[in-house]
Write a protein that binds this ligand. Structure first.
Ligand SMILES: Nc1nc2c(ncn2[C@@H]2O[C@H](COP(=O)(O)OP(=O)(O)OP(=O)(O)O)[C@@H](O)[C@H]2O)c(=O)[nH]1
Length: 813
């Protein structure tokens, strides 16, 4: 078994613990020796002067502090040495029948020394052989590796070598043989005073001996497992030698620490067979007379373990050495022979952008590449200069301007009530759309059997809308009268597209409610979206409404029908919250253009002398503008243009802005700059509340801007809320339930968590606390909790829907 394997099999923690314990025992041994010397001197009496203290100590050490044996030995050897016997005739040389090892001819002290040396071939403490009871008698000596053992007669060197020339020493020059009590070769390779055998050395030797007997692969695997679980702390002293940072450096430090503190780290070359031989021992000192001199002994190379325990040549720490001298299995060595991919990445990061070194696995390369790619992708390097601001006083500019007043209205009503056709007619008669375009649309509509939708196609421009004959999303268009610039928000009437209608209604100053006057259509519409749209627009703050009683041509312009519808709708609208002064009725035919822009020339409509639709529109005042409040723009659409990767359209709900302004996008909380802007589709330097704008933003990534977001003043941003209280008008039964919250283009999932009170519709006073149920038509304070944070603030209007139905709408408190 190699020394490495033996070292691996040691439990280093246990060894070190015992080493510390034995330091204390060293002191006990010293006291014991002093006491023994004193006892021996007492026993020798006057003869004690003939021996030195060193001889006494060696005797005591040899006989394990046995005073009697030590006295006998000292008396025999030093005080009353036996007279040398006369040389005997030459002994018969051993025959070839019995080959007796030379060791067997040595005195038992030398035999011990020889065994001790054998035990120390590889540098580990062989003195343990004596402490562990390994004593060999010179009779029946058994040579390891040879068998059988042969009983031999006692021999002595003087007898054995009596015929040797150098053995014929003149009598006067004879000296007394003092066999070395402790051999000078071995563990530490020292030649000075014999070191004491400590328990720790004995333990190490015993374990080595034991470890040598273990050779199975199972034990190797077990050792690997133990090494894997080995846990040691790092020491700062290794930091100087391990300049790498990160996990790799940490592991190096740990490894070094382990080696330094517990494991031998000096790589030692395996000794040659010659070095491991017992040849030096065979040249051990002869039995010579005084002076006592120990012949030079070849120094054994101190073992790595011995160096660790007792010190030795200054070790040289290198990373590779640390790993190698751990004596790990090849697979383990391989695993730690190179920096791990993580270490490489960390090192590369530390070196700021240098290429990772080769040798990584494909997987690590891929992950590193992905990481770098994503990092690069996340880099937002917008080196375009910031837009220059003219630092205008926008409100002052607005006052000085000669712009027409802006007004936007949403066109609502039941599906197929004629909303798009009516707006098409309006644009046609206002020459916003020329007759040629309408003729073209008429032909196209005719080709698919939808000739009657030609005017509607002026606004319904999507293929699906045209093929299906229904409006799907809000269609915007603009026209101007002498006094006002109008923005049309043509909303879908189909119930499936209510959220889009809500988005349109949120941008409107007032509304045009289109009612189909044909037989049966009005009634069905009243039960359908006529009623729902009316409730919604009122709940969303629209206070002015123009009811266009359409398709009267289909009922021969019946005044009765008109009056009937007027009565029913006005009653309903009043109940919804519209004031009578803000409700207007106009008998029209969108398809034929009666009373849209031009007063009807049909005699059947002579009974109506009131304003046309366009006149009613002009009579409608836009709602109050919150120009002096912090900037709030409700983002309707986000798209890409030549001017900017991030272009948004929407309506300025509050405040003002100008080119070059910094803005904040919520809920992303991302800053951007207004590169340029359009107001009512025309380039402008500034915009104020109530205007529809298109903003070209810079210094922001498109992923941070979505429909429904709020662009706001970065100094006074709109808060992001997850819960809010709502003063809601119930369209359906309300109770704690899941709801969808709609605000403009924003849709957010949430739930009604509480209904603190029922409120009076007019005064807003609490009429009942904590109702279990809110009935349709009642107003209540409800608490809504959202799944995610949403930019919300008091004064905003939101709609609650559930299961595809509008169940409530109201005002944030
Ligand atoms: N006779 C007659 N038909 C009309 C009039 N206005 C619209 N229509 C017809 O009504 C049908 C629906 O018209 P649209 O304008 O698409 O109705 P809408 O309200 O916009 O429909 P959605 O937007 O899908 O809800 C078309 O066939 C029109 O020709 C009208 O004044 N008289």
């Amino acid at each position: 078994m190699s020394r490495h394997r033996a070292v691996r099999n040691l439990d280093y923690d246990e060894v070190m613990d015992e080493f510390e314990e034995n330091l204390e025992e060293e002191e006990e041994n010293r006291l014991l020796m002093e006491q023994g010397v004193a006892d021996v001197r007492d026993a020798l009496g006057a003869e004690a002067a003939k021996v030195t203290k060193t001889q006494i100590e060696e005797a005591l050490w040899h006989y394990y502090y046995d005073v009697d044996k030590s006295v006998t030995y000292l008396t025999t050897k030093f005080i009353n040495p036996p007279q040398p016997k006369a040389p005997k005739p030459a002994a018969p040389k051993p025959t070839g029948k019995f080959i007796i090892p030379l060791q067997a001819m040595l005195p038992h002290e030398l035999q011990d020394s020889l065994h001790w040396a054998e035990d120390n071939r590889d540098g580990l403490g062989g003195r343990a052989s004596r402490l562990t009871g390994f004593r060999q008698d010179h009779v029946g000596f058994r040579v390891p590796g040879s068998s059988p053992s042969y009983p031999l007669p006692p021999v002595c060197l003087s007898t054995h070598f009596h015929d040797m020339p150098w053995g014929n020493i003149p009598k006067g020059r004879e000296s007394i043989l003092i066999p070395p009590v402790v051999p000078r070769c071995g563990l530490l390779g020292g030649s000075g005073a014999p070191p004491k055998m400590t328990k720790l050395q004995a333990l190490a030797a015993a374990r080595k001996k034991k470890a040598q007997e273990k050779t199975s692969e199972q034990e190797v695997e077990q050792t690997r497992t133990q090494m894997t679980g080995l846990s040691v702390s790092s020491t700062p002293t290794q930091k100087e030698n391990t300049p790498l940072s990160g996990a790799f450096s940490k592991r190096l430090k740990t490894s070094s620490s382990t080696a330094q503190g517990r494991v031998p780290i000096i790589p030692t070359e395996p000794r040659s067979e010659s070095e491991q031989s017992v040849e030096p021992i065979t040249k051990e000192p002869e039995v010579v007379a005084e002076p006592v001199q120990v012949p030079p002994v070849k120094k054994a190379q101190p073992s790595a373990f011995a160096q660790t325990l007792f010190g030795g040549p200054t070790p040289t720490f290198t990373i590779q050495q640390d790993v190698v001298t751990l004596g790990l299995a090849p697979s383990v060595l391989e695993a730690f022979s190179k920096p791990s991919p993580d270490d490489i990445v960390l090192a590369a990061q530390a070196k700021a952008g240098k290429k990772p070194p080769a040798g990584q696995t494909k997987k690590s390369k891929l992950s590193t590449t992905n990481s770098v790619t994503s990092s690069v992708a996340e880099l937002k390097i917008d080196d375009t200069p910031l837009p220059k601001s003219r630092n205008l006083n926008v409100l002052s500019e607005f006052e000085k301007s000669t712009q027409k007043k802006n007004a936007s209205f949403v066109v609502v009503g039941h599906v197929d009530a004629g909303k798009s056709t009516m707006m098409g007619r309006l644009l046609l008669d206002l020459n916003v759309v020329d007759q040629r375009t309408v003729e073209k649309l008429r032909k196209e509509a005719h080709m698919i059997g939808k000739s009657s939708f030609a005017l509607a196609w002026v606004l319904d421009q999507r293929t699906e809308e045209r093929s299906r004959g229904v409006t799907i999303d809000i269609a915007t268009n603009r026209f101007e009268t002498d006094t006002t610039a109008f923005t049309i928000l043509d909303a879908p009437g189909h119930r499936d597209f209510i959220p889009n209608m809500i988005a349109g209604a949120s941008q409107a100053d007032f509304a045009v409610l289109v009612v189909d006057a044909s037989t049966g259509a009005f009634e069905s519409g009243l039960k359908g979206q006529t009623k729902e749209h009316s409730l919604l627009i009122r709940s969303m703050g629209v206070s002015r409404i123009i009811v266009a009683v359409n398709k009267l041509d289909m009922v021969n312009w019946s005044q009765e029908r008109f009056d009937e519808i007027k009565d029913q709708v006005s009653g309903f609208l009043s109940a919804t919250g519209f004031q009578k002064k803000n409700i207007a009725f106009v008998p029209v035919s969108g398809l034929h253009g009666d009373n849209i822009v031009k007063r009807s020339e049909n005699p059947a409509v002579a009974w109506y002398t009131g304003p046309t639709l366009i006149e009613e529109l002009e009579l409608s005042e836009p709602s109050a503008r919150a120009m002096e409040k912090p900037l709030r723009i409700n983002v309707a659409e986000v798209f890409r243009t030549q001017q900017s990767q991030v272009t948004v359209s929407g309506r300025v709900d509050a405040g003002s802005l100008q080119m070059g302004d910094a803005v904040l996008v919520q809920p992303a909380t991302e800053k951007a700059f207004v590169k340029s802007l359009l107001v009512e589709d025309a380039p402008a330097d500034w915009a104020v509340a109530g205007q529809s704008v298109v903003l070209h933003l810079s210094h922001i990534d498109p992923i941070h801007v979505r429909s429904g977001d709020i662009i706001c003043d970065p100094n006074k941003p709109i808060p992001k809320e997850k819960t809010f209280n709502l003063k809601a008008l119930a369209f359906d039964f309300l109770m704690p339930m899941q709801v969808d919250v709609h605000r403009g283009r924003l849709h957010a999932a949430g739930k009604i968590t509480a209904m603190p009170a029922l409120l009076d519709k007019v005064t807003g006073a609490v009429t009942k606390k904590n109702p279990r149920l809110v009935k349709p038509g009642q107003v209540a304070r409800v608490r809504v909790e959202l799944d995610d944070q949403v930019p919300l603030e008091a004064g905003q209007r939101v709609v609650l829907r559930s299961g595809g139905e509008t169940i409530a709408a109201g005002l944030l408190e």
